[in-house]
Design a protein around this ligand. Structure first.
Ligand SMILES: Nc1nc2c(ncn2[C@@H]2O[C@H](COP(=O)(O)OP(=O)(O)OP(=O)(O)O)[C@@H](O)[C@H]2O)c(=O)[nH]1
Ligand SMILES: [Mg+2]
Length: 514
């Protein structure tokens, strides 16, 4: 049954994000397939380009455009150019303009407060009138109205869309009624918009298709491949240091290189896992590999804001694999938008190792699954100059790792060949760490001071606990004070619950109420 307001043609664009590390998809392609009643969009691999599909659905001609997702907490400025341009291109596939945008969000996802502004920036890039054309589509296996009602942030989202939302059971493809109801909700919305679809601002037109494989991108790839062919003799001993921002997949890359899980990855309840250097070895493809893992910096933080202890650890890394590493792998996750502040943070933190370090550095792009069907070269071309400058600083040496794919061993062998080629260029010499001061001694000293402070702190905690036991407070009010960017909110979250990285505000409220 269709409503009185039924349209003969409906044009839909699917939009949505991914969780903070780009791992969990929102379910746009699956949604598109359920609407069209066939496997029109590829699932199981990240959608990297806007794709159009159409069909007859319950008496209407339906056009659906699937788009790449952004990271929920990343605004437009922090989204890689390639993804941003593809999202914008979706509108050109939907001429003369879309009737509806389905904002796809898994009902179980934690859509925290910090994602509100980035979401607004992503959507309003397409049009400032977009909100009148959006239905929030909660992908789910069972409708969870209560969960939505309990979440201030989800309610904010639904409110922005004038209370338009729909639950789509993604495990129940055969249930036509949920698609019919969704189409009717879209028709209702179009009627409220006086029958109008969204006129896309002319300014954002980006052409029909992004050029794939420009001459420059192809040339870059050829130069890189030629490097590998030049390797005549394999090395028997290679020392590697991994360096990069927090949660960039440094430890995962280390595990992939060594072919075993020796570095800790993603300990729950913490924002970062590696807090001090770790060293491990393995025999891989007839080479003895030594890998040093390091703590990361917060990705666009100036080096001055990185704690001294972390800076010392980073400096210590090159001393740990005496007499020095053959290669420093600079880890850059593919979903990083390398704008100026991020670029500066990378250069300054690399500077901790000394100025000559760049001759021994290879950029290792991680999270290769983000590439989908695109190539790293295409993406480098689309980014602004900072990424290109960084790669050039490393002598055009780069490589891609997908740590989720443990079966593809060529990614490690090719990396080793690139390292060997670089070693040949460096006359087989390793990087010689600058010795103006020994970070290992400095760390010892710092640890001694920390130990003294810890003893003091433990005594203070003991006194507070004794006091609390005596007073038996029914309610405790705490004010967190500190200079800017010292993660006060995180301390508060740990005191209150200590579970999630960014618990929604209402969780905090409920604890505060208690
Ligand atoms: N999608 C995807 N996720 C990945 C990949 N590699 C690692 N991850 C995930 O990224 C998260 C961070 O990985 P880690 O290896 O712990 O990163 P790290 O840089 O060592 O993190 P810190 O030690 O906390 O600085 C983990 O949840 C990994 O499972 C990848 O290739 N693709
Ligand atoms: Mg780590």
């Amino acid at each position: 049954m269709t409503s009185d307001k039924s349209l003969s043609k409906i044009r839909i664009i699917l939009v949505g994000g991914r969780d903070v590390f780009g791992r969990e998809a929102s379910g746009k392609s699956t949604t598109g397939n359920i609407i069209l009643g066939r496997n029109a969009f590829e699932v199981g691999r990240r959608t990297t380009r806007s794709v159009k599909a159409e069909g007859e659905v319950h008496g209407r001609h339906v056009t659906v455009v699937d788009t790449p997702g952004w990271v929920w907490c990343c605004s437009v400025e922090n989204t890689p150019n390639f993804d941003r341009l593809e999202i914008m291109r979706s509108t050109t596939l939907c001429q003369p303009g879309p009737h509806a945008f389905l904002l796809v969000i898994p009902v179980n996802s934690n859509f925290p407060h910090i994602c509100r502004a980035p979401l607004e920036s992503q959507l309003e890039l397409l049009s400032d009138k977009i909100w009148k054309h959006i239905i929030v589509l909660f992908s789910c296996v069972a409708p969870l109205k209560k969960k939505i009602k309990e979440s201030q942030d989800m309610m904010w989202l639904v409110g922005k869309c004038q209370n338009r939302y729909h639950f789509l059971n993604i495990k129940s493809c055969a249930d036509c009624s949920q698609v019919v109801t969704l189409l009717e909700k879209m028709e209702e919305m179009v009627a409220q918009n006086n029958g109008h679809y969204l006129q896309i601002d002319k300014g954002i037109s980006v052409g029909d298709k992004q050029d794939t494989g420009s001459a420059k991108a192809n040339r870059r790839k050829r130069v890189l491949q030629a490097c590998i062919r030049d390797v005549k003799q394999h090395k028997t001993d290679i020392r590697i240091v991994l360096i990069g921002a927090v949660q960039g997949a440094k430890s995962s890359a280390g595990n992939l290189i060594l072919g075993k899980k020796v570095f800790a990855v993603n300990r729950p309840k913490t924002l970062r896992t590696t807090v001090c250097c770790a060293i491990n070895q393995a025999k891989v493809h007839n080479r003895r590999l030594t890998v040093v893992d390091t703590p990361g910096w917060y990705y666009n933080y100036p080096v001055e804001k990185t704690p001294e202890m972390d800076k010392l650890e980073i400096r210590r890394s090159v001393h740990l694999c005496a007499p020095g590493p053959h290669v420093i792998l600079l880890i850059i996750p593919i979903l990083t938008c390398l704008e100026m502040t991020v670029h500066t943070a990378v250069e300054k933190h690399m500077g901790l190792l000394g100025e000559k370090v760049w001759n021994h550095t290879i950029v290792l792009f991680t999270m290769g699954d983000w590439l989908g069907d695109t190539t790293i070269e295409e993406r480098i071309e689309k980014e602004d100059k900072h990424l290109e400058l960084l790669i050039e600083k490393c002598g055009n040496r780069y490589h891609v790792f997908n740590c989720k794919n443990h079966t593809d061993h060529t990614q490690v062998t090719e990396l080793l060949e690139k390292i060997e080629e670089m070693m040949m260029e460096n006359n087989n010499s390793h990087y010689v760490p600058e010795m103006e001061s020994n970070p290992c001694l400095e760390i010892d000293l710092m640890l001694k001071t920390t130990k003294t402070n810890m003893t003091k702190m433990n005594r203070q905690t003991q006194i507070i606990q004794e006091l609390l036991r005596e007073i038996k407070l029914a309610e405790l009010r705490i004010v967190l004070l500190g200079v800017e960017d010292t993660w006060k909110f995180m301390a508060g979250n740990i005191i209150l619950r200590g579970e999630s990285l960014f618990p929604p505000k209402e969780v905090l409220h409920s604890f505060l109420k208690k």
